[in-house]
Design a protein around this ligand. Structure first.
Ligand SMILES: Cc1ncc(COP(=O)(O)O)c(C=O)c1O
Length: 382
């Protein structure tokens, strides 16, 4: 029996010979470092796929969020309203700038930030909003853009999980003033680690590019120079670059995106078919006018079900599972005064089950049968 037969993984990348061939090409080129020619090619292709004028490949999504906040001049004394239900990177990026994250509750159904909660959280110190495309479903950008415009705030889209999803026919990554995406190993397309900043604004893109190379233009801008120009270090930046090895993988992954999305959508439909009649769980919904990238598939347990006991039973039977994501305001690091009851409730009742593009129909059937048995097991009631 193989590991694959024994354990159904929660997430799994789809990578193979095409990625290995692309890596070999980068080895042959001699330019393995970051922000090189392969990154440039990937950035052009990613911007086209996401419908933005500019893309900047980064080390990960957290660094893209930090760069976005830096070019929007977020800093001490400011508040940034952050969707509460998210991976802590979203709030952390705000904290890195010295600004204060103020967590806003989410909507039941989409689990994206509630525009009414955003409005209620605005104070004279608010500088901007970060919305999160929860598990790959875009937030309500029409309302959020109206709120931002009415109050003179900027808007960032944390599209870490949503590459390939759409909202009102437009691609995720194209909303707000700046978007940040992730290519971490559990995302829909991946180089193991990686990210990107997306924007239509050429000044922000150019400043972010300098800030991701210690505050100066990347070396490729000096390629072919006959003199010895001294790089101009104008501000303190960091090394937030993606390597050209990772960019080579990402170029292939981007061509796979339609097939990988189709496979995830098929799995989501299969779960619905197999589990739609189980009263102990609510399955995730796709809100009208949006498409989902299904980075995670996260059923909600009914209040009388002991989620942790269900998780233990699934794991014991070889079905990997985990939290959906985190109610940021409850994390010790924030000691936040925010109240986000919807986020707190789903944080306690969500359980992510296997979702990736390599799942077979029989694995999906096994996961569904194991979950059905666990949630209907009288020992797993509160
Ligand atoms: C919503 C969200 N934002 C940001 C991140 C951070 O991404 P990365 O690990 O690429 O920095 C994640 C990671 O899972 C995420 O889910």
């Amino acid at each position: 029996m193989t590991h694959q037969d024994r354990v159904v993984p929660l997430g799994q990348p789809t990578v193979g010979q095409a990625e290995l061939d692309a890596i070999r090409d980068v080895f042959d080129s001699g330019w393995l470092a970051g922000a090189g020619p392969t990154c440039r090619q990937f950035e052009t292709e990613l911007a086209a796929a996401c419908g933005t004028a500019h893309a900047l490949a980064t080390a990960n999504c957290g660094s893209a969020l930090h760069l976005a906040l830096q070019v929007l001049d977020a800093g001490p004394g400011q508040e940034v309203i952050v969707a509460d239900y998210t991976f802590p990177a979203t709030g952390h990026a705000v904290a890195w700038t010295g600004a204060t994250p103020v967590f806003a509750d989410i909507l039941p159904g989409s689990w994206c930030v509630d525009p009414a909660a955003v409005t209620a959280a605005i104070t004279p110190r608010t500088a901007g909003i970060i919305a999160v495309d929860a598990f790959g479903q875009p937030a309500g950008y029409a309302e959020l853009a109206d709120i931002a415009a009415a109050h003179g705030l900027w808007l960032i889209e944390d599209a870490a999980c949503s590459v390939g999803a759409t909202y009102q026919g437009r691609p995720a990554g194209s909303f707000g003033d700046i978007a940040a995406v992730s290519f971490h190993g559990r995302k829909g397309i991946t180089a193991g680690e990686g990210g990107a900043l997306l924007t239509d604004n050429p000044e922000w893109a150019a400043r972010a590019r300098r800030l991701h190379t210690y505050g100066t233009e990347p070396a490729i801008s000096r390629e072919g120079a006959t003199g010895l120009p001294i790089p101009h270090f104008a501000e303190i930046g960091r090394n937030y670059r993606m390597s050209d090895v990772a960019a080579a993988i990402m170029r292939v992954q981007l061509t796979r995106l339609p097939d990988l999305l189709a496979a995830r959508n098929q799995t989501a439909a299969h779960y619905r078919e197999l589990l739609g009649d189980v009263p102990e769980i609510d399955l995730p919904n796709v809100i009208g006018g949006r498409t989902h990238s299904w980075q995670s598939y996260v059923p909600t347990m009914a209040p009388h079900i002991d989620r942790d006991a269900v998780a233990a039973q699934l794991r014991a039977e070889g079905v990997q599972c985990n939290f959906g994501t985190y109610a940021s305001h409850l994390l010790p690091v924030y000691e936040s005064a925010s109240r986000c009851p919807v986020s707190a409730d789903v944080f306690a009742r969500h359980l992510a089950i296997p979702m990736h593009a390599n799942l077979t129909a029989s694995q999906v059937e096994r996961v569904a049968a194991t979950l059905r048995a666990a949630v209907t097991n009288p020992a797993n009631r509160r």
